[in-house]
Design a protein around this ligand. Structure first.
Ligand code: ZN
Length: 64
């Protein structure tokens, strides 16, 4: 499960749903999705390893 910080819940480690993983200009990976609790859009920086793991397991969509 991809997790990030939800600005509305003010909670770290909040699970995200409908996650898509993008790559920024610097080659970093970022997961973007919505908070499972409140539906607010969230994003989280991810390591290459975690990004690929999430895509491989089907938890996140590859968008890079
Ligand atoms: Zn939330």
């Amino acid at each position: 499960m991809v997790k990030g910080y939800c600005v509305k819940c003010k909670e770290k480690g909040r699970e995200m749903k409908d996650v898509s993983i993008k790559q920024n200009a610097r080659g970093g990976y970022m997961g973007q999705g919505t908070c499972v609790s409140c539906g607010t859009k969230m994003s989280a920086m991810m390591s290459k390893e975690n990004a690929e793991k999430a895509v491989a397991s089907g938890e996140a969509k590859k968008a890079y």
